[in-house]
Design a protein around this ligand. Structure first.
Ligand SMILES: [Cu+2]
Length: 629
């Protein structure tokens, strides 16, 4: 077994059985159980047949004392290696808590009274979503495991649940006691008039689409053995955690007989969605979907022909439930190939001869539903050595109701009386780089214009300027598209045939900065969104951009804390943390279900290869020659 093999169902259940046999825990709620990843050197030194020590990492809550614990469990030895109380934190909210919270709210007389004031008497038609409480310094929140819940009302049981938001109603729930702490009612607004359903019987269907089918008669070109994936020259291992979802490990590219490492580990290390409306039922909307909800546990079961098209292979993911039982998420990870347009082309018009190649990409993806939103995470591997991450956002916008004719300044109306506040989606990808080895340096590369002078008589000269990011505190950087800014991860000890150190560069895509002020709670808690690139020296304990426990955390954890020691970064084991923000000014066209919005970035070889690595891609079967030739 490979040391990075994710825990299977038996291992997950055994991990919890070992913990609960050693400790009696009152009202235990298991948050996450995942592989306790072995030491990096051990993983890299692993050879097939080597024995592997299996260990699990467990986070659980003692629901009576309201305390959080972290345990490391040796599955090989059948014992708890360590079990520590982590004071003053709240771990992620788990699925049972959503459902139990909804039931607790519906049963609360104060909430019921608020609903009756709105003419709602059939509470079965209501929908109550738990939103993480945030941390706003309220004395009443101190030491409690809380959510701030929002309510919607359907007209019929099968309606779009998010069509009719209940305005001005916020319900605060203590999740450990599972009781309503407060119902804040800021006044009745009539419910929006439309059901906003989107099933085909309601929307109608256009009839002018001819079938498109993808045939790979000889099967896909990739080979999937367990969690090991090989596709042409790429090789990697797939993992999955309840918190991060898909994790890509040990990515290598075969080049002239060598397996050349590029990445040790890549995942989404957190994300946050700050909303721009200051009113009582909006200001707290700051979901950290990775650290506060666990996008892995919320992964969809994907379907061929729907979520993915073509010759698809799936992998199940196994996560835990709150009782420490294993839950298999069928078809959670999707692996397939796509035609990606042209890869390269040149036409020699004198000889009337052309060469063109089609680009094929390997896609490894998963999709999570976090309340109203869907997030699809797509890692693309290309034949030219590039890697891309694309996040696709879809689902239903977070919304609220307004009185007829009212349009608040902090957002847009999407339907009569339905309002969508302006917001942003910030993602942070943790990229534990390994460019031809673990010892790398990081440079920022800007393009600068030469000053006019005898060397630049025509004022046209420009060049790149590379600056090493010498230590962690100097590394947090912003994108600068007007200077063509990118960052280069270099291995100073390995040279290409031109004598330059081999490198991969991180090419930013669209990006933005937060608009929440520096003193805003969300800015302190999600400091990772205030800079686009962070670089840290590898430390296995530094895994999450907003820290281990962002839920209800006052701030300062994660990246700002990781760079406190200002560790030197040159020729060492570096980790890149890239933040990319999608700015969402909602549109009526986002309603009732939003067409996919995309954001991402690329990793591209930059002197890693001696020449284009895509030359040997075979020519298309059909002879492609000159236009008209
Ligand atoms: Cu959005």
């Amino acid at each position: 077994m490979h040391p990075l093999e994710p825990l299977d169902a038996g291992e997950i259940e055994r991990a919890w059985a070992i913990v609960s046999a050693e400790r009696s825990i009152a009202k235990a709620r298991v948050i996450f159980i995942n592989l306790h990843e072995p030491d990096k050197k051990l993983v890299l030194g692993h050879r097939p047949g080597d024995s592997v020590e299996r260990a699990a990492f467990v986070i659980f809550v003692d629901g009576v004392a309201g305390q959080t614990y972290e345990a490391v469990v040796s599955l090989t030895q059948g014992r708890v290696v360590s079990c520590e109380h982590v004071p003053g934190v709240q771990p992620a909210i788990v699925i049972d808590e959503f459902t139990d919270c909804e039931a607790a709210v519906r049963a609360d007389p104060r909430w019921q009274e608020a609903m009756r004031r709105r003419g709602v008497t059939d509470f079965e038609l209501t929908m109550v979503d738990s939103w993480s409480a945030g941390n706003f310094g309220f004395a009443d929140d101190e030491g409690r495991r809380l959510v701030r819940a929002l309510t919607w009302v359907r007209r019929h049981p099968d309606d779009n649940g998010y069509a009719r938001p209940v305005a001005n109603l916020l319900t605060v729930v203590d999740l450990n006691k599972m009781e309503v702490v407060a119902v804040e009612d800021g006044g009745v607004v009539t419910l929006p008039p439309e059901d906003a359903n989107y099933s085909p019987d309601v929307t109608g269907t256009r009839h002018d689409l001819k079938p498109i089918e993808i045939h790979q008669p000889e099967g896909p070109s990739f080979e999937l053995r367990g969690h090991e994936l090989a596709w042409q020259k790429w090789r990697m291992r797939l993992g999955f955690t309840p918190r991060e979802g898909l994790v890509i490990h040990t990515v290598t590219y075969a080049d002239q007989g060598r397996e050349r490492p590029v990445l040790y580990r890549a995942s989404i290390a957190d994300m946050v969605v700050p909303y721009g409306d200051p009113r009582p039922t909006y200001f707290h909307r700051n979901a950290f979907d990775v650290g506060e909800y666990g996008i892995g546990t919320l992964a969809n079961a994907l379907q061929n022909g729907c979520d993915c098209l073509g010759e698809i292979r799936y992998l199940d993911a196994v996560v835990n439930d709150s009782k420490g039982r294993a839950v298999t998420l069928p078809n959670a990870m999707c692996i397939h190939e796509e035609d990606a347009g042209i890869l390269w082309k040149h036409h020699d018009w004198r000889r009337n001869h052309g060469e063109v190649r089609r680009s094929r990409r390997l896609v490894v993806s998963f999709i999570s539903t976090v309340g109203n939103y869907e997030y699809g995470f797509y890692w693309y591997f290309y034949q030219d050595g590039s890697i891309e991450l694309e996040v696709k956002m879809t689902g239903i916008i977070s919304n609220g109701a307004e009185p007829p004719g009212v349009k608040p300044p902090w957002g847009e109306l999407v339907a009569p009386q339905v309002y969508g506040p302006i917001h942003q989606h910030f993602f942070n990808a943790r990229l534990d780089m390994m460019v031809d080895g673990i010892e790398n340096s990081v440079y920022e590369v800007n393009t600068v214009a030469d000053p006019p002078g005898p060397e630049n008589p025509h004022h046209n000269a420009f060049r790149t300027e590379a600056t090493v990011l010498a230590s962690e505190a100097r590394a947090p950087r912003l994108v600068d598209p007007l200077r063509g800014r990118f960052w280069k991860v270099v291995n100073p000890s390995v040279r290409n045939r031109l004598g330059e150190p081999v490198a991969y560069k991180l090419m930013p895509g669209d990006n933005v900065l937060p608009f929440a002020g520096p003193e805003a709670s969300v800015t302190k808690r999600a400091a990772f969104m205030t800079r686009h690139l962070w670089v840290t020296r590898y430390d296995p304990r530094e895994r999450y951009a907003a820290g281990d426990y962002p839920n209800q955390h006052p701030g300062g954890a994660g990246l700002p804390a990781y760079l406190q020691d200002d560790a030197p970064l040159e020729n060492t084991d570096v980790v890149l943390w890239y933040t990319f923000g999608s700015h969402h000014v909602v549109r009526p066209e986002d309603w009732p279900v939003m067409p996919v919005m995309r954001i991402g970035f690329m990793l591209k070889p930059a002197g890693f290869f001696d020449r284009s690595p895509a030359l040997d891609v075979p020519a298309p079967a059909r002879h492609c020659c000159a236009p008209g030739g």
